[in-house]
Design a protein. Sequence first.
Length: 75
Amino acid sequence: LCSKLIATQRAIQEWNKQSFGNVFDVVREAKTAVRRVELEMESNGYEKAQAGLNKAQVELSHALLIEEQLWSQKA
């Protein structure tokens, strides 16, 4: 039973990595995207970059939510 549980845990971990990737990398990339769009807003004007900023912020919020769920499961 123990070896089956360990095999199941490994399979779930592999599936998680394939489905969602490294959550911490996703969060870091989303933060970088928000910063990049904010800098673009400063140089190109507010209206042009607003849609990009909204998208980047939504992606960051989603990534942070997944990260938070990961940490709550580990606790």
